[in-house]
Ligand binder design. Structure first.
Ligand code: SAH
Length: 563
């Protein structure tokens, strides 16, 4: 919950806007400001104070404990110009909150934490448990000192400016090994612990078994990503309690799914009780991975039969492939989501000219794999191969990356062992449409005139179909030095079904610095003015030039009668 505190009328107005935007996340604290701050500090995870930073500093100073437990505090000034992350930038989430508040109120976020300011994530913000010299190694990263990465297992990490060797080390491991001097150990959630328990097994017995099994195998309990068991045990208090105490989710599987998993130590008892010859081993292995600790049973001091079993598997990291559309060119037509994916990626794959478009947005340490025109297949393969290695990959394309671009070849290569997310971008037809007016107000298609990978007969058949169906057409890849007869031919087919005066919009480099556009007609268009940086949009029989803008009527009755 976010506590909101204000003192003045202007502060209260801004406070109410935030409360209206986030009704379920916020609570307004009224009454004396000092009292409100104290109550909110005790009751909320975060505070937004519409007060001067000085006032807030004085009020919270006596309340502050340490950065792992204090709430994150953001101050917004009287004029609503700034959202200042004051306390708990990382642990309390105040840096992120300042950005979010800034977005709602139109205020500039002010973040002073060093790691956020230079775009290097604090090592305590990667979402992994971390041990060792966090402050020292983070400092070294910020100072540009060489920091080595020693990854004992491949796990997707955000980009870090690391080298093979350095004065400090970041070690990625699930093995029990204390951090050395000037070393940080990151614990990826690579271990899955399968557990079984008879009804009424005590939490301590289940948890004790899990902890012993890990310790004896030399594995860190902080790398446990989840506990897994059979559906029938989803509510077994000993298992639920163990997952809670470990702070990990409990995942459950149907008995027949577990029965299909090949395990080294099946037995008759669980088969009779829950319908699968293995619970612990099967539940740990069901997602694949390497069995590090085969099934073992709990030991009871009183000599009574064991009530719990467990097995430990190291799973293979699932890589992530983000297919990101960069929009037509202008930075403000790049979506915030695209920006976020670019900053999240540790590997970026793309055509060199598109990489140039967004290079400044990448975090230091991002590995950039760029290639020239024509290397589509290689780019698709590289992106998928990197994701399979457990990396967080962004594959970029201009406009929308799914429109005549990299998404389809990449996804054709990808199997279900990686996660894929798509980020839509403003495709050229839309960018051009907005410049021309409203040419796409009724049914429309895009047709690429490139016959490099599509036989011309196929293209021609589609142009003819669009012509006959009176659909607005946007031509992508309309004309290049080596391909100059296709556009006139396509326009001639459309002209068989449309008036010579049908409006045609030609937009070159939409939203780029040398953008240009022209509104002409089917009979007047000079194909020589069209090149590969251009899209050509041909209207339907109803499209008009109205005050120099290309307008395809939506077909409203009131407009027909008025016209
Ligand atoms: N994925 C891209 C299209 C790639 S095909 C998208 O969604 O926009 C390449 C063709 O797109 C070019 O030949 C040109 O016809 C068109 N194009 C891409 N960006 C453009 C822009 N900014 N202005 C005009 N046309 C553009």
């Amino acid at each position: 919950m976010i506590g909101l505190i204000s003192a003045t009328a202007a502060g209260a107005a801004a406070r109410d806007r935030l409360a209206a935007a986030w009704p379920s996340r916020t609570r307004v604290y009224d009454g004396s400001v000092a009292d409100a701050v104290r109550r909110a500090f005790a009751e909320c995870d975060q505070l937004v104070c519409f007060l001067a930073t000085g006032a807030v500093v004085r009020l919270v100073a006596p309340l502050l404990g340490d950065k792992t437990s204090d709430p994150g505090i953001v101050c917004v000034d009287e004029a609503g110009r700034f959202a200042v992350s004051l306390v708990g930038g990382h642990g309390g989430g105040a840096n992120e909150l300042a950005r979010e508040v800034g977005e709602v109120l139109g205020a500039a976020p002010v973040v002073t934490t060093a790691t956020d300011a230079v775009g290097v994530p604090g090592l305590d913000t990667l979402g992994f448990p971390v041990e060792g010299d966090v402050a020292g190694v983070t400092r070294a990263l910020l100072d540009g000192e060489p920091v080595g990465l020693s990854a004992e297992l491949a796990w997707p990490l955000p980009p870090l400016p690391v080298t093979d060797e350095g004065v400090c080390t970041i070690r990625v491991t699930d093995r029990l090994a204390p951090a050395a001097d000037r070393e940080v150990v990151l614990r990826p959630p690579s271990l899955v612990v399968g557990v079984g328990a008879s009804s009424g097994a005590p939490v301590d017995e289940v948890l004790g078994l899990v902890e012993d099994a890990l310790r004896e195998a030399g594995l860190s309990v902080r790398s446990v990503g989840e506990l897994a068991t059979v559906d029938a045990k989803a509510g077994e208090p000993g298992i639920v309690g163990a997952a809670e105490r470990l702070g990990v989710p409990l995942v459950t599987y149907a008995a027949d799914e577990l029965a299909r998993v090949d395990v080294p130590n099946p037995s008759g008892a669980p088969l009779a009780a829950v319908g699968t010859p293995s619970v612990a081993e099967a539940a740990a292995l069901v997602g694949g991975g390497e069995l590090l600790v085969p099934k073992r049973k709990s030991q009871r001091a009183d000599g009574r039969p064991a009530m719990a079993t467990c097995a430990v598997v190291r799973r293979v990291a699932r890589g992530r492939l983000a297919v990101v559309g960069l929009g037509p060119g202008a930075r403000d037509l790049l979506t915030p989501r695209a920006k976020e994916e670019l900053r999240r990626a540790s590997v970026l794959v793309g055509l060199d000219q598109y990489v140039d478009q967004i290079r400044d947005l990448l975090r230091p340490g991002t590995r950039v794999l760029e290639s020239g025109l024509g290397a589509e297949e290689e780019r698709a393969r590289t992106a998928v191969a990197e994701a399979r290695r457990g990396q967080a990959v962004a594959l970029i394309g201009s406009g929308d990356a799914g429109v005549y671009a990299m998404a389809s070849p990449a996804l054709a290569e990808a199997s279900d062992d990686i996660d894929v997310v798509g980020v839509p971008g403003v495709t050229a037809a839309l960018a051009a449409g907005a410049i021309l007016g409203a040419p796409l107000g009724h049914d429309h298609v895009s047709i690429s005139l490139s016959d490099l990978h599509t036989p011309w007969e196929v293209i021609e058949r589609r142009v003819r179909a669009a012509a006959e169906a009176d659909i607005v057409v946007t031509f992508y890849n309309p004309r290049s030095r080596g391909r100059d007869w296709q556009l006139p031919k396509a326009l001639a087919i459309l002209a068989e079904h449309r008036e010579p005066r049908t409006p045609v919009g030609v937009v070159r480099n939409a939203s780029r610095p040398d953008e240009s556009s022209r509104l002409t007609s089917l009979s007047a268009l000079d194909p020589a003015t069209v090149d590969m940086m251009t899209v050509v949009t041909v209207g339907n029989t109803a499209t008009r030039d109205i005050a120099g803008r290309m307008v395809t009527p939506r077909g409203y009755r009131w407009q027909e009668t008025a016209g």
